[in-house]
Design a protein around this ligand. Structure first.
Ligand SMILES: [Zn+2]
Length: 345
């Protein structure tokens, strides 16, 4: 089969489109999926660079998101069968620890995620635990079905499980354009929240308005904190989605109303932040960190997509062999929505 692999860690030049031996079943609970599309995530870049702290076997196929058709299933697989169109839930745990026993595989110390400890989706075929295969919501293309799983389950856990976002609440989403931020915009608007976004690009702010954002501020031009205060009658917002981190983190806390919640799943601008701790306790703030989500949360996302009719925002589709160009677009932060790889037969 054709796949995009790395033989060593490093820059985009390490990606190789090449012929690879296809995967085969090694357990009765696995499935082989013929992939039609894969989607890019920032974690792909971190895994390529080798900076996550998780050792991946080399050579290695990247890619945490994918959708395709079930080709083969192990003898004990009951949830899907050959020919089913499926999308893939990324994490799977050891199945034995306290976290796995309570559907929290995303906290398993031996977590196996696609494109990390498991071979990924930049390929014509992938082997997955069958429990991570889910039927594609009706009406979604393979490209859309590959684009939503990782970011939507992450956003669902942040906004619904952790922040418990309510209709009518004010949400501030930093750095609109990335997959998580655009999914957060879609979920928050569908829920009836009032959404404020920030970006360094006026073009992205305009796109966000087209997708339902109520207000947008260019943080490069001026400090948005006073504007956010003014928009909320000096009260502040109920929820901040901050996957940017760095210097903006303190500002995010300052933008929150009393009792506000901050959710974070990334730190693209810097892992260390300076913050005034007094603000946290004086204002009764809650800070939730999370990555990924549970199978139950993934089921909730699928139900949400089915009933709302929402489709993930796709920025651009590249053929599999142009994975390097696709990753470059992601690295340069040019995208609005998800970057997808199309995988032909
Ligand atoms: Zn476990």
């Amino acid at each position: 089969m054709k796949a995009v692999r790395i033989h060593e860690h490093g820059g985009i030049d390490k990606l190789r489109y090449e012929e690879v031996k296809p995967p085969w079943l090694t357990s009765p609970t696995e499935a082989i999926v013929q992939l039609k599309a894969a989607a890019l995530n920032r974690i792909d870049i971190l895994n390529r660079e080798g900076v996550t702290g998780i050792e991946v076997p080399l050579p290695h196929i990247l890619g945490a998101d994918g959708a395709g058709i079930v080709l083969e299933t192990g003898a004990e697989v009951r949830n899907v069968q050959k020919g089913d169109p499926v999308c893939l839930h990324t994490p799977s745990g050891c199945g034995r620890c306290e976290f796995c026993a309570t559907d929290r595989d995303y906290m398993c110390l031996r977590i196996r995620a696609l494109g990390e400890r498991l071979e990924g989706t930049y390929a014509e075929f992938v082997k997955v635990p069958a429990a991570n295969c889910f039927h594609i919501p009706p009406g979604l293309s393979f490209e859309e079905a590959a684009a939503f799983p990782l970011v939507f389950v992450t956003v669902w856990r942040m906004l619904i499980t952790n922040a418990q976002l309510k209709p009518g609440e004010h949400v501030l989403i930093l750095g609109i354009g990335g997959g998580v931020a655009t999914a957060a915009l879609q979920v928050a608007k569908q829920l009836g929240a009032h959404v404020i976004v920030t970006s360094s690009s006026d073009e992205k702010l305009e796109l966000a308005r087209n997708w339902g954002a109520d207000h947008g501020f260019n943080y490069k031009k001026k400090d948005y904190t006073p504007d956010v205060r003014a928009l909320t009658g000096k009260r502040g917002v109920d929820v901040v989605v901050d996957c940017v981190g760095g210097e903006s983190f303190g500002k995010s806390l300052a933008a929150l109303a009393k009792g506000g919640r901050l959710v974070t799943c990334g730190a693209t601008a810097g892992a260390c932040a300076e913050l005034d701790l007094r603000r946290v306790f004086w204002n009764q703030l809650k800070i939730f960190g999370s990555t990924l989500g549970s199978r139950e949360e993934f089921r909730q996302v699928l139900a949400f997509l089915r009933t709302s009719g929402i489709r993930p925002i796709i920025d651009e589709i590249f053929p599999l062999k142009e994975a390097a160009a696709a990753q470059r677009r992601l690295e340069e932060g040019k995208q609005f929505g998800k970057i997808v790889l199309q995988i032909m037969d």
